[in-house]
Design a protein around this ligand. Structure first.
Ligand code: PCA
Length: 173
């Protein structure tokens, strides 16, 4: 079983992206359990992040994909249900781009749904003692954009793909 993990670099007001630290720990744990885990940290840049995900998935050909990002104002782990075909940025990305509602892919579907049972995922996460809930919006910034391109790769191939929004690390809050 080969799992591809994705995190993001720091952005906006955050000096550290919790998704980076969390996926490092998850990758170590998976490897210790004998699984194959590859991990990549993506740029918070619209012209790079979504395209890099597709290129990396083509290269790695994983059996399952877990992408993660920091959600500064969310208290729990959010299991994202849907990625929408919209880029609408409240703050510029790390290259200074600010989108105002354009489609991510003019030829793509309006939305992709996660290809895992999101309620079952919440139950599994809650069993570890963490708080998790289903989220019906991954926003319209880079996390949504990467989730959208990720699902555009996983869904036609029948590969499980999911996205978790993670709160800030306690000392960054
Ligand atoms: N969070 C942002 C982008 C990168 C990240 O970690 C988001 O929620 O879109």
């Amino acid at each position: 079983m080969k799992l591809a993990l994705f995190a993001f670099e720091a952005f906006g007001p955050w000096e550290v992206n919790s998704s980076d630290a969390v996926t490092q720990a998850v990758a170590e744990q998976l490897r210790a359990e004998g699984h194959q885990a590859v991990r990549h940290v993506l740029p918070v840049v619209l012209s790079q992040g979504p395209a890099q995900v597709v290129a990396l998935l083509d290269e790695e050909q994983p059996d399952a994909v877990l992408a993660t990002g920091l959600a500064g104002r969310r208290p729990d782990i959010d299991v994202e249900r849907v990625a929408v075909n919209v880029a609408d940025f409240r703050i510029p990305d790390n290259a200074g781009n600010r989108l105002g509602g354009e489609p991510l892919d003019p030829a793509g579907p309006d939305a992709w749904l996660a290809s895992v049972d999101v309620h079952a995922m919440c139950t599994r996460i809650a069993a570890t003692g963490a708080r998790a809930r289903v989220s019906d919006s991954a926003g319209t910034y880079l996390c949504n954009a990467v989730f959208y391109s990720l699902l555009g790769w996983t869904r036609p191939r029948g590969v499980p793909g999911m996205f978790l929004h993670i709160p800030p690390l306690p000392d960054a809050a």
